[in-house]
Design a protein around this ligand. Structure first.
Ligand code: GTP
Ligand code: MG
Length: 189
């Protein structure tokens, strides 16, 4: 079945966003590591897949976290031909800081790696810049995000690559519309 997958670091709000979109009670929670396995939610004629988050998880060892990250990569590789779209959810408030911390250690941040991985596999990816309710200088923050993902600011020139949202407030901006375009574009004519 065709699917739209939601990926991103633990605790960025993937499941909350899926709740808002599907009105289904997928498990969400305060601590990172709530979603442990890909969860499929029927959505129109496709499915939405709620992926586990990568990175720090409460009560999971470093090794366990690595295994989960490997599972995510394998899932994407194995299902690439069915994935209509990947929604990469970020916590906008901490994205720049996390990416810069990794870059300073001469390591490629996981979110940057994942973004490039989707591009390599030719899978369309949209960044859902979540938790915008906590961001004060929105344009500055979003410009910083696109820049770190290799796109030139201003962020507004990438309307089908980045969408500011606040899952908590139920504000999902253009995300639903962008998903709809993908779903309809995939229907056989
Ligand atoms: N302020 C704010 N908090 C949010 C927003 N979206 C989600 N949260 C909170 O972030 C926390 C994590 O939400 P989840 O939806 O469980 O996050 P997740 O990405 O699915 O997490 P894992 O399954 O652990 O990877 C919860 O406490 C949510 O209430 C948002 O837009 N703004
Ligand atoms: Mg989750």
């Amino acid at each position: 079945m065709k699917e739209i997958i939601f990926v991103g670091r633990s605790n960025v709000g993937k499941s909350t966003l899926i709740r808002v979109l599907t009105k289904k009670k997928v498990p969400v929670g305060k601590l990172p590591g709530v979603t442990r396995k890909p969860l499929h939610i029927p959505y129109q004629n496709i499915q939405i897949t709620d992926m586990p988050g990568f990175g720090y998880m409460s009560k999971v060892t470093k090794k366990g976290q690595e295994a989960i990250k490997d599972n995510i990569v394998h899932y994407i590789e194995d299902n690439a031909s069915n994935i209509l779209l990947a929604v990469m959810v970020i916590n906008t408030t901490s994205f720049a800081e996390i990416v810069d911390r990794w870059t300073q250690k001469n390591e490629i941040p996981v979110e940057v790696e994942l973004f490039e991985f989707f591009n390599e596999l030719d899978i369309d990816v949209i960044v859902a810049a979540n938790k915008m309710d906590k961001v004060t200088d929105q344009d500055m923050m979003l410009d910083g995000v696109v820049q770190r993902l290799g796109m030139s600011p201003p962020w507004r020139q990438w309307p089908d690559k980045i969408v500011p949202v606040s899952a908590k407030k139920g504000n999902i901006g253009n995300l639903k519309l962008l998903m709809q375009t993908k779903i309809e574009g995939s229907k056989p004519v």
